[in-house]
Structure formats: structure tokens, C-alpha cells
Design a protein around this ligand. Structure first.
Ligand code: ADP
Ligand code: NG1
Length: 458
């Protein structure tokens, strides 16, 4: 578990993408790459918006990834180019402090987050300089963790370029911290699966301390990803951080009501641990303590005995200062309910009874309903797509990732896959020319892929 990411020797780079990356590198910088690094995106099968509350999640890595071709030099500059012309080339000094502009989350800031956090992890004052070309094929802003794959790739690149070494767990933890420089307060699921994934298996990811356990998915079903074609850039909006803040406030309100010290507690999982209660008991506690009407700042400050100033600086983030009302009951209900569904999903997979596909499908459907109604992180297009997936033969279907757009993941019995794909194509993609044009990269079967690695040319 705590081993370093593999270094794979590739004597002949025959993969078309790698060849193209190498050629672009040579054209851009006039020499050959010293090494390549890759980090995969992920699809979360169940356990949405609960990693930052301290609860376990159940993702798998996908085949799509970010690859970097890298050379190291003494220029004191990081040069970045991208195969995709939408992402402009950039050169940034690394002989002074790397600054991330949160107000303007351009693509290269994600890479620089990975560099900066890794530099700090090793206490390196100056970086020598490097030249990189990036190639990614994860649909961006779609809940498949393109941003985290880029951050993880950059973390791995920086570690290798400076001849340092870290275990996969330490890399995952470092990169989870790194991505926070962009301003979103994620929980670490994406970076963990990007490093800890193993081909052929999904993982139960547990936090504090971080660990990953194999989850064997039923052999008689596959997971199909479908993108609703609505993009949601997390760092450029406040949707995500508002949910993080609501969960933090709910934590404090529950702690206060049960006579625990709210100052020490930040995550809903910590309240459960402190109370030594079951998730069912936590759900009952939410009903008992929190009301369904949105809470105003005044009410929260009064209950917690904090000033408006403390509320702003200690509970809100920079991009949530404008929020006036907070849905604490609904968010906490989702989190404890979803945490219970993850454990049930894992138990069903472990038991592998014959009826497991429908049981797992039901859990996925309940998860989507909770994301849509309690957590309010879906959108009409995603709901429509999930509905079409169910009507097309999926045993279960749900939004995956942060939501407010992006992808659904559906569990489909193997013998129905072809008819499922055709039915979703006809009902969701073909009637709309924009969606039809995006269909090839938007609707696909996904198998559990491997984790981040370094490639060296012989
Ligand atoms: P996701 O759910 O895909 O992680 P985010 O909104 O968190 O969505 O991050 C997406 C951002 O990551 C993009 O807007 C872009 O800045 C960056 N990104 C994703 N893929 C690439 C790529 N191939 N090359 C450069 N930047 C990328
Ligand atoms: P994506 O789907 O990559 O935006 C985000 C968070 C995760 C997790 C999910 C919701 C980051 C980097 N990622 O994922 O930690 O909270 O939303 O389950 O913030």
C-alpha cells in the first residue's frame, strides 16, 4: 500500500498518444523528454460529497488520463505546453514563490498547484526548472476529476524531476492539499484514487488515516459513463464550497446541541465518532436538532455564540462570503445517508449474492435522489439523462463527481449493454446536434484502470 508509484520502462513508445506527445515535445523544446508521468481521472460509483466530511467513498480509476512529457533544466522557469490548443502555452518563474490566482483558475494553475504543494512538502526553496508538454483526454468540468489528474500528474512530475520519492499514500495526501491552492475545499477522494488505483478493481477509500481496499464489482454488470454535456467549473463558481461550508456549520450545530466542543470539530464524521453513534442514530439526531428551513447567519451565530466576524473568518471560505442562508438539515441528512449507502454497497459487493445487481442499483438510485433533492447538486439535464439511463435498462444510475452538470454513471447488466447504449444515444444525444457531436467521448463503458505512474524511455 505505501509503495512508490511504479516506474515503467518503455523501450519503444508505440502508443500513438505517447508518440504524438514526444513529437510535440521535440518541436516545442528541441530535445527529448527525460521521462513521462501519467495520472488517471476517476468515476465515483457511490459516496458523493462525503469525502470532505470524513466519510469513505467508492471510486475507480478510468482509462482517460493526463500525461506529461518532461525534461529538467537549470532555467529557473517552468515551461508548459498543451497538446490541446484551447490551453495556451505558458512560462512561469520557479526561482521565486509560485503564486496561484484563485480568482482566475486558468488551466496551468492546476499544474502549478501540484508543483507548489510538492515543493513545500519537501521544503525545496528553489526548483531548477523544467519543460513539459501535457496531453489530457478526460472530459473537463464533467465530474471525472480532470483537474485532480492534472494536479496529481504535476505532483508526480515535480517529485521525479527533483529525484525525490514518496509513497503513493503520501503523494495522494500531498496532492489533495495541493489542489486546495485553487480554492476548492475538496476531500481527497480524487487524488487518492488517482494514486492508489489498481487495474481491475474499484476501491473503498477511507480517510484519517488514508487507506484503500479492493472492492470486487459483480462480473455480470458493467459501468457506463454518460456526460450530460453541461460543464461545471468548480473553481470558477461557489457551488462546491457552499456545500463544504454548510456541512462545516452543521457539524458545529450538532456538536453544540450534544454538549461537544464545536471548536474542535470540523467534519460530520467527527461528530459521529465523538458520539460513538451509528449512522442511523446520526440521521435521527439531524431530525431532532436541525430544522428544515434554511438557517440565517443571525440564527447560526446565536446558537454557536460567535460574532458575525468570527462566522465570516472561521466558518466561511473566501468565495462564500456572500451567502446569507444555509440548508443544514438537508445537507447533513444527505451526508449521513450517503455514508451508510457506501458501506451497504461495499457489503453487497463482498457478499456477491445473485440479486446483488439490483441491490447495488437501488443504492445508486437512492444516492442520485439524495444528491438531487437534499444536496441539490444535480441539474435538469443530468436528471433527464439519469432517467433515460434507467428507462434504457440500467439497474441503477446516478450523477458522479461534484455534479451541477457533468456525468452520470450507470450500472448495466452485461447482456443489455448494446441495447442500453443505443437507447441512450437515441433518447439523449441524437436529438440535439451539440450533444450528437460530443457523443463519442460522452458515452462509454468504463473498466477500473490503474493508478499514476512514471514512464522512462530506455
Ligand atoms: P473536473 O470535474 O473535470 O475535475 P474541474 O472544474 O474541477 O472539473 O476542473 C476542470 C479544469 O481542469 C479545466 O477547466 C481546466 O482548467 C483543467 N483541465 C482539465 N483537463 C485539462 C487538460 N487536458 N489540459 C489542461 N487543463 C485541463
Ligand atoms: P470533482 O468531480 O472532481 O469535481 C469534487 C471533489 C471531491 C468530491 C466530489 C464530490 C475536488 C478536487 N474534488 O470532485 O473531493 O468532494 O467533488 O463527491 O475538490
Amino acid at each position: 500500500m505505501a509503495t512508490n508509484p511504479p516506474k515503467l520502462k518503455v523501450s519503444v513508445i508505440d502508443d500513438e498518444r505517447l508518440q504524438n506527445l514526444k513529437k510535440t515535445f521535440e518541436r516545442e523544446y528541441g530535445g527529448s523528454p527525460l521521462f513521462y508521468a501519467f495520472a488517471p481521472g476517476r468515476v465515483n460509483l457511490i459516496g458523493e460529497h462525503i469525502d470532505y466530511c470524513g466519510f469513505s467513498v467508492l471510486p475507480m480509476a478510468i482509462e482517460q488520463n493526463i500525461i506529461a512529457a518532461v525534461s529538467v533544466n537549470n532555467s529557473g522557469t517552468i515551461q508548459l505546453a498543451n497538446i490541446n490548443p484551447l490551453y495556451n502555452n505558458i512560462a512561469v518563474s520557479c526561482s521565486e514563490e509560485i503564486v496561484i490566482d484563485r480568482a482566475n483558475p486558468k488551466w496551468y494553475y492546476y499544474f502549478l498547484c501540484g508543483v507548489k504543494g510538492t515543493q513545500e512538502k519537501f521544503g525545496m526553496t528553489n526548483l531548477p526548472g523544467m519543460a513539459c508538454v501535457i496531453d489530457g483526454n478526460i472530459p473537463p468540468n464533467s465530474g471525472l476529476s480532470s483537474s485532480s489528474a492534472l494536479v496529481c500528474c504535476a505532483g508526480l512530475v515535480t517529485t521525479e524531476a527533483n529525484q525525490k520519492s514518496l509513497s503513493k499514500v503520501a503523494l495522494a495526501e500531498t496532492c489533495a492539499q495541493c489542489e486546495r491552492y485553487i480554492g476548492t475545499e475538496g476531500g481527497g477522494m480524487d487524488q487518492s484514487i488517482s494514486f492508489l488505483a489498481e487495474k481491475g478493481t474499484a476501491k473503498l477509500i477511507e480517510f484519517d488515516p488514508l487507506r484503500a481496499t479492493d472492492v470486487h464489482l459483480p462480473a455480470s454488470a458493467v459501468f457506463v459513463i454518460s456526460n450530460c454535456c453541461v460543464e461545471m467549473n468548480k473553481a470558477a463558481t461557489s457551488h462546491f464550497n457552499i456545500r463544504v461550508v454548510e456541512c462545516r456549520i452543521a457539524t458545529k450545530m450538532l456538536a453544540q446541541a450534544k454538549g461537544l466542543n464545536p471548536n474542535r470539530l470540523l467534519k460530520l464524521a467527527q461528530v459521529q465518532t465523538e458520539m460513538d453513534a451509528s449512522l442511523e442514530e446520526m440521521l435521527a439526531l439531524v431530525d431532532e436538532v436541525l430544522h428544515p428551513e434554511p438557517y440565517s447567519r443571525e440564527e447560526i451565530c446565536k446558537v454557536l455564540g460567535v460574532t458575525f466576524q468570527q462566522f465570516s473568518t472561521e466558518l466561511l471560505s473566501a468565495n462564500t462570503q456572500h451567502v446569507t442562508h444555509f440548508k443544514l438539515h438537508q445537507r447533513a441528512k444527505h451526508v449521513y445517508g450517503e455514508a451508510a449507502r457506501v458501506l451497504r454497497f461495499k457489503n453487497v459487493c463482498d457478499g456477491a449474492p445473485t440479486e446483488s445487481i439490483q441491490l447495488l442499483g437501488d443504492l445508486m438510485n437512492q444516492s442520485h435522489a439524495s444528491c438531487r433533492d437534499l444536496y441539490e447538486c444535480s441539474c435538469p439535464e443530468l436528471d433527464q439523462l439519469v432517467d433515460i439511463c434507467l428507462k434504457s435498462g440500467a439497474a441503477g444510475s446516478r450523477l458522479t463527481g461534484a455534479g451541477w452538470g457533468g456525468c452520470a454513471v450507470s450500472m448495466v447488466p452485461i447482456d443489455k449493454v448494446q441495447s442500453f447504449l443505443q437507447a441512450v444515444r437515441e433518447a439523449y444525444y441524437l436529438p440535439d446536434p451539440r450533444r450528437a457531436a460530443m457523443e463519442k467521448e460522452s458515452l462509454f463503458v468504463s473498466k477500473p484502470g490503474g493508478g499514476a505512474a512514471i514512464y522512462l524511455e530506455k
